[in-house]
Design a protein around this ligand. Structure first.
Ligand SMILES: Cc1cc2nc3c(=O)[nH]c(=O)nc-3n(C[C@H](O)[C@H](O)[C@H](O)COP(=O)(O)OP(=O)(O)OC[C@H]3O[C@@H](n4cnc5c(N)ncnc54)[C@H](O)[C@@H]3O)c2cc1C
Length: 526
């Protein structure tokens, strides 16, 4: 028997989910068994159209669904992203740190952060643990022209044009993976006797029946929210940001550098993201409307744009996006599962939305239930895992704020108030005062943020763990290895700085078809 999966919504969540499921499950042939994937989107409701930073997981996702990296980079105006840089989060000015995608050297075998902490070195943790920050400082690419597609010298994800990304996914899903694309505005739900969704009622009068319905309708949350009334759990008490002002800024010249990190610069009531694509930058201020006014936020954003000499002078007026930070209590209910913004959304710090879409879609695809008894079990497990993801996202994002020493506005003072820190994070912080985060922080099967990420943020924000206790004495035998790893990182940083092309140079080569082949750059070897 064939199975019909109906995905409602044609934003990044809808098309990524369609692609991930369709790449794994073949469509039925001549009425035989198989999985039909139908994607339905409204011609009247536009996509969110933002969401331009990804994790390295996107490389696997694209490869798995069969898109070539060169095609992706060209058609999505995409560039390489090697992590995030946080500017002004600790004291307000003059300081920054990286959360790079490369794990600290020796990660998994030796806890470099513990030794770095012990050594009281002048070098910041990021530079001691990895060469990636220094490579990013110089706007260099994470690979060489001859490095194969999706492979790397330094780990990377992407910056991309969200609208173009959806177009690429749509073409690929329909032309190559056999996804059926329908246009129609859902006006009602036809319920089955047992409470499942039997079909969707369209404005045209047509109905679309299915076995599993994936709600990718964005903030509308048509199925999970409007139809099933699954409660929404706001997170504004912890993460205050609820408004964004977004612009697309032009470069002053075609050869302006392309940063290979997302820059997150702290402001008086939030932070400004800065994402560099080959043809433009995506820049926006995400802030708390309880802590500032739109006018003041616009002024801060304008000042940021004006201060950058690599940007053209005239900028378009910003687009305003309001959102309620939070997520659903459960995500899979009966034969309906929510993926993307319909399931939840919090500020885009650390770009957690697309990765959660990828994880959710993979899980659905791998665990696709065969009947309704299996559906209930799969739903319960999915809900458990996704709740845990949300807890870890809220804790990890809040971690960026709680260690600030900024006292210049209520926004930063409020972020330090214990009342605004989730209990789970308070607990973890008290543990980290005497214990460096390591492999036992979470259940690895489902973790989003490894202890490597925790270390980069904690020690980037100059958190002090007292390693003068018995736990670390037994590690002293590794001290020599740790010192060597730190020295090797310095040497590697020098070598990479001398051999990696700039981000723009490599992207130009990809665009002109001269990258990803053998022996393109003299003297560059992997
Ligand atoms: C300011 C901002 C910055 C962000 N930055 C990042 C980032 O850097 N990295 C990251 O990972 N994420 C980021 N995100 C999140 C990212 O934008 C979203 O996760 C992503 O766009 C997915 O959106 P979506 O597909 O869930 O919803 P949408 O794009 O809103 O799509 C909803 C779809 O549902 C359809 N629909 C709605 N109603 C109906 C109906 N009645 N009938 C039929 N169809 C319907 C619409 O037509 C549309 O196709 C950011 C978000 C914001 C707000």
């Amino acid at each position: 028997m064939s199975q019909v999966i109906v995905i409602v919504g044609g934003g990044s969540a809808g098309w990524l989910t369609a692609g991930i499921i369709a790449a794994k499950h073949s469509p039925p042939e001549d009425g035989g068994p198989g999985t039909r994937v139908v994607l339905l989107e409204s011609p009247d409701v536009p996509n969110l159209g933002v969401g331009e930073g990804t994790w390295p997981t996107m490389r696997d996702t694209l490869r798995r669904i069969g898109i070539s990296e060169a095609e992706f980079l060209r058609s999505c105006d995409a560039s390489f992203k090697q992590g995030s840089q946080f500017i002004g989060w600790k004291k307000g000015q003059g300081e920054s740190y990286y959360h790079p995608f490369n794990a600290p050297s020796g990660y998994g075998n030796i806890n470099l952060a513990a030794h770095w902490q012990d050594a009281h070195t002048e070098t910041g943790f990021g530079d001691a643990a990895s060469p990636q920050g220094r490579v990013c400082d110089r706007g260099l690419a994470p690979k060489k022209p001859q490095t194969p597609e999706y492979a790397f010298v330094l780990n990377y994800g992407y910056h991309l044009n969200a609208g173009k990304f959806v177009e690429l996914l749509r073409h690929h899903c329909v032309d190559t993976l056999g996804v059926e694309h329908r246009l129609g505005h859902v006006e009602g739900i036809v319920a089955a006797e047992n409470g499942d969704i039997a079909a969707l009622q369209l404005a045209s009068g047509e109905t679309i029946a299915g076995d599993l319905f994936v709600d990718c309708t964005g903030f509308a949350a048509l199925l999970i929210g409007e139809h099933y009334n699954i409660p929404f759990e706001p997170q504004r008490d912890y993460l205050f940001n609820d408004t964004a002002l977004a612009v697309q800024a032009e470069y002053v010249s075609e050869d302006a550098p392309i940063a290979s990190v997302t820059r997150a610069t702290a402001q008086s009531a939030g932070w400004i993201w800065d994402i560099a694509l080959p043809s433009r930058r995506g820049i926006g201020y995400v802030f708390s409307s309880q802590h500032t006014s739109i006018d003041k936020a616009e002024d801060e954003l304008a000042a940021y744009l004006e201060a950058d000499p690599t940007l053209a002078e005239v900028q378009p007026s910003p687009r305003k996006i309001e959102f309620q930070p939070g997520h659903r209590e459960t995500f899979w209910h009966r034969n309906c599962v929510a993926v993307g913004v319909s399931a939840g959304f919090v500020e885009p710090l650390e770009a957690t939305a697309l990765v959660l879409i990828e994880r959710s879609a993979e899980w659905i695809s791998e665990q696709l239930p065969g009947d309704s008894a299996a559906m209930a079990v799969v739903a319960r497990r999915f809900n458990e895992i996704t709740r845990e993801h949300w807890r870890s996202i809220v804790d990890f994002l809040k971690l960026h704020y709680v260690l600030t020493e900024r006292r210049d506005s209520d926004y930063w003072r409020d972020h330090r108030d214990t009342e605004t820190v989730p209990e789970s994070l308070q607990e973890a912080l008290s543990l980290w005062r005497t214990s460096v985060p390591w492999l036992y922080e979470s259940n690895h099967r489902i973790e989003l943020f490894s202890s490597a990420s925790l270390q980069y943020v904690l020690y980037g924000m100059e958190f002090a763990t007292d390693t003068n206790n018995s736990r670390y004495r037994q590690w002293s035998r590794d001290a020599e290895i740790a010192s060597r790893l730190i020295r090797d990182n310095n040497v590697q940083a020098e070598t990479l700085m001398a051999s990696l092309p700039t981000n723009r140079d490599l992207l130009n080569r990809v665009r002109h078809g001269s990258a990803h082949r053998q022996s393109q750059l003299d003297g560059c070897e992997d």
